[in-house]
Design a protein around this ligand. Structure first.
Ligand code: CA
Length: 118
């Protein structure tokens, strides 16, 4: 019985949405931030940092803040995400624990072992 209701529900939802207006906007946070210039102690530090940075960038793309609201038959969907430079800077600050803009191998190892979801 339930499997027969699913197509009917989809049809009803389609009819309801047919007259709807949908607005979507994306806001870039910290858009004018300049990228921090950082040096690496050695190739291993660079590789470890960039590998973890890549992982975190993938997660970031799937973890954008969304706000969906409904007003009458109008849907509003807002997204907010960091600019690329702001994201880079936050990751450098997370890794470069002493803030000297030189990422040591030890700092990069600690960063690469951190939780990519936090
Ligand atoms: Ca450092």
């Amino acid at each position: 019985m339930e499997h027969r209701l699913l197509p009917l529900s989809a049809i009803c939802l389609g009819i309801l949405l047919a007259g709807c207006t949908i607005y979507q906007s994306t806001e870039i946070a910290r858009p004018s931030e300049e990228r921090l210039k950082v040096k690496f102690e050695n190739e291993t530090a660079s590789r470890l940092f960039n590998s973890m940075l890549s992982d975190r960038m993938i997660l970031r793309k799937n973890n954008v803040a969304h706000n969906v609201s409904l007003a009458g038959i109008t849907f509003y969907r807002d997204e907010q995400k960091l600019s690329d430079n702001a994201f880079w800077n936050d990751e450098v600050r997370r890794c470069d624990t002493d803030g000297d803009l030189l990422i040591t191998e030890q700092e990069a190892r600690t960063y690469s072992r951190s939780d990519p979801f936090n």
